[in-house]
Design a protein around this ligand. Structure first.
Ligand SMILES: [Zn+2]
Ligand SMILES: [Zn+2]
Length: 285
């Protein structure tokens, strides 16, 4: 129970999946024997079960921002946990707007939820979730855990957050989606692990060719709202973190680019422990 680790459940940037794809962003964090889910993209439920998590024990979920590659499967995760025996309340922290998502999800599944309450004697799923709208600052302080947030730069969204989790002996920071920001250096100061989003600069032209829509808009979005691997490495170095994990990888499914390319991209700026994200990768703290 005391083992501290992060499991990267889904490691690709963006919501689309294709044959051979990794899955979009979800993470499991175990700190001081307490488990937390950070982002809930498509695949989060399978990813948690594959890590040995009993879904009925879920109690804390954090959502960094309302892009679908970070919360599309929040509702299905909670519903599936409910069918797996969840009877206790789950706290979800995330940006304003999560309530609308949850209300809409419950409405879309009303027939099934009502049926299972009546037919299987389950508690009312609608009463099990507590949503907490987050802002910058301390988000949660419970059981020796402190979770804090800062806004990142991820236009056009305003409410996108980096999250810091401090336990009794370990400190983990998730960058969320962001362009490079110096505020993250202080926020992640001396952390045991920084999980940072990353793009591979040399691979973007080929990706644009494959998935772009003929205009410069997608490239402009990447450059305005995301971070190159070498800049993530610079942030990690300046912050003095102990380990760096690259996740939310763009691209994630180009056979011409692999782990070594990511390692090469950060080599000039980072010489500490490096993890290039793959789905299911467990990183000990
Ligand atoms: Zn994203
Ligand atoms: Zn995003």
């Amino acid at each position: 129970m005391s083992r501290n680790y992060v499991a990267l459940l889904g490691t690709k940037g963006g919501p689309a999946i294709r044959p051979g794809s990794s899955m979009p962003t979800s993470n499991l964090l175990c700190l001081d024997g307490q488990q937390m889910v950070v982002d809930c993209a498509l695949g989060v439920t399978r990813g948690l079960v594959d890590q040995g998590v009993q879904l009925k024990t879920l109690s804390r979920i954090f959502i960094t921002h309302l892009h679908s590659d970070h919360y599309l499967e929040l509702g299905p995760l909670l519903h599936t946990a409910w069918t797996a025996g969840l009877k206790t309340s789950v706290d979800v922290w995330g940006p304003a707007g999560l309530n609308d998502y949850w209300d809409g999800f419950l409405a879309s599944m009303k027939a099934d939820i009502d049926l299972r309450i009546e037919d299987e004697g389950r508690p009312d799923l609608r009463t099990l979730l507590q949503i907490h709208v987050i802002d910058e600052g301390v988000v949660m302080q419970q059981d020796g855990l402190t979770v804090s947030a800062i806004r990142t730069e991820h236009p056009p969204l305003i409410d996108c957050f980096a999250l810091s989790f401090k336990g009794t002996s370990k400190h983990v920071v998730f960058s969320g989606d962001t362009a490079p920001i110096t505020a993250l250096e202080d926020f992640a100061r001396d952390a045991d692990l920084l999980v940072h989003e990353a793009m591979l600069e040399s691979a973007l032209p080929a990706l644009l060719e494959r998935v772009g829509n003929g205009s410069d808009k997608l490239m402009e979005h990447w450059l305005r709202s995301h971070t190159f691997a070498h800049d993530a490495a610079r942030t990690a170095s300046n912050a003095g973190v102990r380990q760096l994990a690259l996740s939310h990888l763009i691209p994630s499914d180009d056979p011409d680019y692999g782990e070594q390319d990511w390692k090469n991209a950060v080599a000039d700026h980072w010489d500490g422990a490096l993890h290039v994200g793959t789905d299911g990768l467990r990183i000990d703290l």
